[in-house]
Design a binder for this molecule. Structure first.
Ligand code: ADP
Length: 398
């Protein structure tokens, strides 16, 4: 009996390939657990060859194999497993020379593969990755018991693969959290130390009180910004921020946000231009949160754009959304950082700033959470050395 094979060519589907990467299935790192399972398959089914074979876009790669010493991969011309992957179904072949799917396969000639039984390895996100299979050099009828064993071992192998990924992820998250903790301690410790030193200096030298008070104040502000940013992000994470959705005039909100940051714009000699059509539909959302979102993006643009240039705010209707873009002429953002900067504490090291402001790496995290909570999207288009366009979408009132 042979399983039907779909004609669909999805071996090079990027989603499938990225699952292979994510599950680390194309690295030669040996897995003791998978090796135990393939050894067990060969022994229980008395087959000379057993393998966990992963099929990428041009070859089958043996993540674990017994019975084929020194072989780690084969081209698709020698792959029975590719048929298991493309169909997502078992492939059970008693004599490959007589089977329409396999009779022209070069593994028959070069590796003497005559009988084959392969079960599809399908990930929990539904991607067909490879085959857990046993091979024989002579014709044979695979019994129902044998196929049951193979199916069970395939299940165990898939669990093992996904568990390994979860474990690696947990380890990475723990390392990330440890790193964050020291980053945060550092972020609080620096201004706190400045405050203590300034307070001591003021006590010892009454003539310096004015200057020391201003140092204390700016460092306390820095701590306050960090605390507020942390609290906002944490409230979003715990679902404690309620969206107070009202209908409002988006153009008016943009004008107000520009007015709020005008003192900074003057300081850094940047002109803010707003390009907003007269006929813009009303937006539905939390006016206070969206105002903060816009102020965040505008202050970032002013902070990073080249002095003496323009920052432009464009709003337009796109389908049933409003799309708003804040465009600057700053250094741009490296492609590999365009997602990271929206994650907690994501910062681009060494980015030149027009003015010193507390940098927490939480501003864009707040922006993303705010936009997502409104059912919108946020992103950045950027070219290094040319500038960045931060954009977001929000639902309009129907
Ligand atoms: P913060 O500004 O407090 O560090 P954000 O989350 O607002 O945190 O920004 C994260 C990082 O993204 C910044 O540290 C900076 O490296 C980068 N960034 C944000 N906006 C811009 C911009 N307009 N141009 C260049 N880099 C930017």
């Amino acid at each position: 009996m042979s399983a039907p094979v779909t004609k669909k060519h999805f071996l090079n589907d990027p989603k499938r390939l990225s699952t292979l990467e994510r599950l680390d299935l194309l690295s030669p790192t040996p897995s003791d657990a998978l090796n135990r399972l393939t050894r067990l398959a060969a022994a229980l089914m008395q087959a000379p060859i057993a393998m966990v074979s992963i099929v990428d876009d041009h070859r089958q790669f043996y993540k674990s194999v017994v019975g084929l010493p020194d072989v780690i991969e084969a081209p698709l011309s020698h792959s029975f497993c590719q048929h298991v992957v493309t169909s997502g179904e078992p492939l059970i072949v008693s004599d490959s020379r007589l089977n329409d799917i396999t009779k022209d396969n070069l593994a028959i000639r070069d590796l003497q593969v005559i009988a084959y039984a392969g079960m599809p390895m399908i990930s929990s996100d539904g991607q067909s990755l490879g085959s857990f299979c046993v091979l024989d050099h002579k014709p044979r009828q695979w019994t129902a018991t044998e196929l049951g064993i193979l199916e069970d071992l395939r299940g165990a192998a898939m669990v093992e693969i996904e568990l390994r990924e979860v474990t690696a992820q947990l380890g990475a998250e723990q390392a990330f959290r440890d790193g964050l903790t020291s980053l945060l301690v550092h972020d609080f410790k620096t201004p706190l130390t400045s405050i203590l030193v300034a307070a001591e200096t003021a006590q010892e030298d009454p003539g310096s009180v004015g200057e020391m008070l201003s140092i204390i104040s700016s460092n306390a502000q820095r701590m306050q910004v960090l605390t507020n940013d942390l609290l906002d992000v944490s409230r979003f994470e715990h679902g404690e921020i309620r969206i107070n959705a009202v209908q409002f005039d988006f153009a008016k909100l943009v004008t107000e946000a520009i007015r709020d940051v005008t003192p900074i714009a003057k300081e850094v000699e940047v002109r803010i231009e707003a390009r907003i059509p007269v006929e813009l539909p009303m937006v539905k959302g939390d006016r206070v949160l969206i105002s903060r979102l816009l102020t965040n993006l505008l202050s970032n643009a002013l902070r990073y754009t080249t002095r003496g240039t323009d920052v432009t705010v464009v709003a337009e209707q796109v389908g049933d959304r409003i799309k708003c873009s804040v465009i600057d002429n700053g250094p741009g953002i490296p492609t590999e950082m365009t997602e990271t900067i929206f994650a907690k504490y994501g910062r681009v090291e060494g980015a030149k700033q027009n003015y010193q402001a507390p940098s927490t790496g939480l501003g864009l995290t707040f922006c993303k959470m705010c936009v997502n909570a409104h059912g919108g999207e946020i992103g950045v288009d950027s070219e290094l050395g040319r500038g960045s366009t931060f954009w977001f979408t929000l639902p309009t009132v129907r």
